[in-house]
Design a protein around this ligand. Sequence first.
Ligand code: 4AD
Length: 458
Amino acid sequence: SSLPKAIKIRLDEKDPEKIKLRKGADDQERGTRVKVFGRVHRERKQKDVVFITLRDGYGFMQCVLTGQLIKTYDILTLARETSIELYGELYEVPPGAHAPENRELHVDYFVIHEGWKAAGGDEAITNRISKDTDHSILMDMRHLTLRGDVASSVLFVRDAVEFAFHQTYRETKLRKVSPPALVQTQVEGGATLFKFDYYGQDAFLTQSSQLYLETCLPSMGDVYCIEKSFRAEKSLTRRHLSEYTHVEAELDFITFSDLLDHLEHVMCRVLEITLADPIIAGYIKELNPEFKMPERPFKRMKYTDAIEWLNEHDILNEEGKPHAFGDDIAEAAERKMTDIINRPIFLTHFPVEIKAFYMPKDKDDSRLTESVDCLMPGVGEIVGGSMRIYKYDELMAAFKREGLDPAPYYWYTDQRKYGSSPHGGYGLGLERFLAWLCKQHTVRDCCLYPRYMGRCTP
Ligand code: 4AD
């Protein structure tokens, strides 16, 4: 082409400051000449002007190109997602016009360096994914859909929420530890174990770090971790992943009621910290316009009362019959109940038979355990927790009842030999918490690259 690649003007000037496209940036930069880098999020070509919405992961900026610049080959053939370096002066947008942060860059110079161009034509990103693309294809294209507004907003919220958990645990004096992912003991039942060959021995991907957290109490006091947990879930639901991020904590010398109070505080404080950032609050508002801070105290409801409630509301069990004591409340029934009650619920005191081996019995009713699930509207269970059996003989009896060989758990049972204590803890599924907060239909959209039955790519 005979067209110039780019028009070089004002090169005599001192190299301007390179800025990020911060959201909520102050007015300081207005009127100054700056240099920005990013990708072409959108572009709009008019007769005498080309508008580029630039994206750099920190924000968006409207860039206005006119004159000779828009007659260049690079701009005439510009494809979305092309990386570009732009120079210009920042101005307030004219009255009546709209642009991110109410500012626009009047571009006087740009460069699209070698290798920076995005594919166009059939290969253009808009030809590979659109709003109507099937969800499973979108998942194959996750590396590209991540560039979209919704996916990236959820990930920004996720980043903020994870940070808020760390901050909240700091404030409440919990110490962070990193238990192993490769283990030789189960925590939540054999059905969902991922088994693999470990130098000729059987080993598993961890289902929960709980047992390891318990071993930290004597030396470190209250502890937490944010690690991956793995579950070989053999069904496709909107809230089950094979690999998920598990926020787990363990607290020493507490009562069951202390555990519930702590859990309520942590969840509310995390929300408070997250929403205190106006940019993150803005993302949440866009994703979930009806979001309200949950009312405290959370509703507390015993399992036996939930069974009654379900029957009063004609919500049947999985066999199509009224619920009876001992039934595991299935996902559908649980969600119906939570949606009708429409506020967070601490569902407590589940029967021994449907809960894990390590849960102690309720002092007032030996059919029940000191256990809690936290249920949220739209998602259902997002937290599972309990007190832990801390007496040696009781724990051994529980292993026996569940048909578990206690031998590989020697490091766990030893805790009951050397200064045991009443303690308890919980695990919160980060993706489920986010699905609730960001009103996402599925937890799959709340992680970077979701893993579930049938998917381990990209
Ligand atoms: O109720 P769960 O199985 O409890 C435990 O693992 C305890 N050992 C945790 C503890 O006390 N430290 O799992 C806890 C939470 C669930 O409430 C749910 O939010 C999440 O982990 N979870 C999953 N999230 C996504 N996909 C899955 N397959 C999940 N399984 C559990």
